[in-house]
Design a protein around this ligand. Structure first.
Ligand code: ADP
Length: 615
């Protein structure tokens, strides 16, 4: 089915398939990029949520700093919790953090009202809830699945390490508010002391790993100082805490070092959050840039493809249509002078040239055909004239009859005139009338003879060199349709280099025509075998040429074989019996002879032997 479609339709299908493939690839690309963009955007939402938690930590840690029940103003707590609520709203519930945020809010609100004895527990509870919330934010915003090394370690610091550090520091500090410190609390305090120390180290390691994985090399500069600045105050605080745990340190120094340590952690957090946001922003920008770039590239490729398709249409489909139109026009008008004008050297151009050359060839062939037709017409006319000659015998018979009449009339009238003159007295009037009739009859006879002369006059022309093969081929061509009509096969086997003969071409044509037509007629009653006529030519004995006409027809009865060359011998109802007789006179007048042989196994063979030109 496809092969029968028009080329323009095929081209259209090709374009549609190509544009479809590009659209599909573009769709896949957009989808893939959008997933990555959505991923990074969600991480950004998480990072912003973590930023909003900073204020809440500040409130809790301020409460942990010393033993006073209200360590920070209600106003700053409200601001921090409002910021948290706003961050929660901003997520649109996408992170599933609403419950944890509420629990944290409740815990923070409960801090001022906590009894002095429960204060430590309230602070630890608030810090635990803050840590849980940070952890949930990290998981749900996919921050913890971050695919890049630098941002992965940055989120690890913010989602895991900082909340742990602040929780442990807050618990340690609140623990030391209890007085007197019991033994198990002391042990817990020392444990927390060690944990704070190791978390700071882990943060430093994470920061170093993030710097190593950072491609633009800006991370080290932006977080290094703040992270590095964290250790001295934290170490001072831990020393103060150690001293306090062993009862050597006063409370004021502890609170101051705690605040300094918390401050430094806060600064490191601020720097880390800024860096994480920068990295995520940058990744988003890159992804969007890549997406637009790819879209542009695909658009350009699709545009180029359509342009090529349009060019192909112009360069291939249109010229093909022109060729088709021209072919149709030539078929309708038979005007072989039409041409297509395509000045190109590619296949289409060559096709057009070949088409033009073919039209030229057709025009030339048509001219040859017209010339052939004219030649054939001339030959037919000539043959018709000869055919008239062949009826000469017939005419001779009727002439004999016609001439016989005036002669008989002359004799009768002469006798009558003699009788009128022999009368006594002689009747001159009647005698004169009889003589006038004699004169008329004589004139009639002379007119008849004159007309015979005029008819055969053309046969007197001179002889020329005649190629027997050409002559045979001409006659075969002439009889071709007649043979075909009766289902008779005609085979010719003509010898090369057959010497020519000096002959009257028209008379020899007449002989060949007669022999071929007789042979054809002889095969007509045959139904049980092939109707076959063969013509052969060849040299006979070095001085003569031989032409044989053989047929698979009825053959000739032996008793008739002697008579067939006689004038008026015929076995045909409509026959004249003059053909073979004239053939023989023509051949003999050329110094040749014509012979009949029996065909094997059927039919007859007529041999014509003529002296050659060189003889
Ligand atoms: P016509 O064809 O008018 O009879 P022809 O002189 O050409 O006059 O032929 C005389 C007769 O010779 C034919 O009537 C036919 O009986 C016989 N004859 C001629 N050619 C053949 C042939 N090839 N096969 C059989 N008989 C033939």
């Amino acid at each position: 089915m496809f092969k029968n479609l028009r080329t323009s339709t095929k081209l259209l299908l090709l374009c549609a398939a190509f544009v479809g493939a590009i659209a599909l690839a573009t769709y896949g690309l957009i989808k893939e990029k959008l997933i990555a963009i959505e991923f990074a955007s969600k991480e950004l939402v998480g990072a912003q949520y973590l930023q909003a938690m900073r204020g809440v930590y500040a409130v809790i840690l301020a409460a942990a700093a010393d033993g006073s029940p209200v360590v920070t103003s209600q106003q700053s707590a409200d601001v921090a919790l409002d910021a948290l609520a706003a961050a929660e709203v901003a997520t649109g519930g996408a992170l599933g953090t609403a419950e944890l945020a509420q629990a944290l809010t409740a815990a923070v609100r409960a801090l001022p009202s906590a009894a002095t004895g429960d204060k430590r527990a309230a602070i630890v509870d608030a810090l635990t809830k803050a840590r849980d919330l940070a952890s949930r934010v990290g998981d749900e915003s996919k921050l913890t699945l971050d695919p890049e090394l630098d941002s992965y370690y940055m989120q690890n610091i913010l989602v895991k390490r900082m909340p742990e550090l602040l929780a442990d520091m807050g618990e340690l500090q609140s623990l030391m508010q209890v007085a007197p410190i019991e033994e198990d609390l002391r042990v817990r305090g020392q444990l927390l002391d060690g944990m704070v120390h190791s978390i700071v180290e882990e943060i430093e390691r994470d920061a170093a790993a993030a710097s190593r994985g950072n491609r633009d090399g800006r991370l080290e500069a932006s977080i290094g100082p703040a992270i590095g600045a964290m250790r001295p105050p934290v170490d001072s605080y831990l020393q103060a805490a150690d001293a306090s745990l062993s009862g050597k340190q006063n409370g004021t120094a502890l609170v101051q070092t705690f605040q300094a340590a918390v401050n430094s952690v806060d600064q490191a957090t601020i720097a880390s959050q800024a860096e994480l946001t920068r990295l995520l922003d940058k990744r988003l920008r890159n992804l969007l840039g890549n997406l637009y770039g790819s879209l542009l590239l695909n658009g350009v490729v699709a545009g180029l493809s359509l342009l090529f398709a349009a060019l192909t249409y112009r360069q291939v489909v249109r010229p093909l249509g022109q060729l088709e139109g021209l072919a149709d026009k030539v078929r309708e008008t038979k005007d072989y002078g039409l041409r297509i004008d395509l000045d190109r050297t590619d296949e289409i151009g060559r096709l057009a040239s070949a088409f033009n050359a073919m039209l030229e060839e057709l025009a030339a062939a048509r001219e040859r055909e017209i010339a052939d037709e004219a030649r054939n017409a001339a030959m037919q006319a000539e043959l018709a004239r000869v055919a008239r000659l062949t009826t000469m015998g017939e005419m001779a018979a009727s002439i004999a009859h016609e001439i016989n009449q005036p002669l008989a009339s002359i004799v009768n009238n002469a006798n009558a005139a003699l009788r009128w003159l022999a009368r006594q007295p002689p009747n001159f009037e009647e005698a004169e009338a009889a003589l006038r009739r004699i004169a008329n009859d004589g004139e009639r006879g002379s007119r008849i003879i004159g007309s015979i002369r005029a008819m055969v006059k053309k046969g007197d022309r001179g002889r020329t060199k005649v190629s027997l093969n050409d002559l045979i081929e001409d006659v075969v061509r002439l009889t071709h349709s007649e043979f075909q009509r009766h289902g008779i096969s005609l085979r010719s086997a003509l010898a090369d280099d057959l010497p020519s003969v000096m002959a009257d071409r028209v008379q020899l044509q007449q002989v060949m025509l007669n022999l071929l037509m007789n042979a054809a007629e002889a095969t007509l009653p045959v139904y049980d075998r092939a109707r076959l006529v063969s013509v052969r030519s060849g040299e006979h004995d070095g001085r003569t040429a031989l032409v044989e006409v053989e047929d698979s027809g009825t053959g000739i009865e032996p008793e008739n074989a002697q008579r067939i060359f006689d004038a008026f011998f015929t076995t045909k109802a409509e026959g004249m019996g003059m053909g073979l007789s004239i053939c023989r006179s023509i051949i003999e007048s050329h110094g040749g002879r014509i012979v009949l042989l029996k065909g094997e196994p059927h039919g007859s063979v007529f041999q014509v032997i003529l002296p050659t030109d060189s003889a």
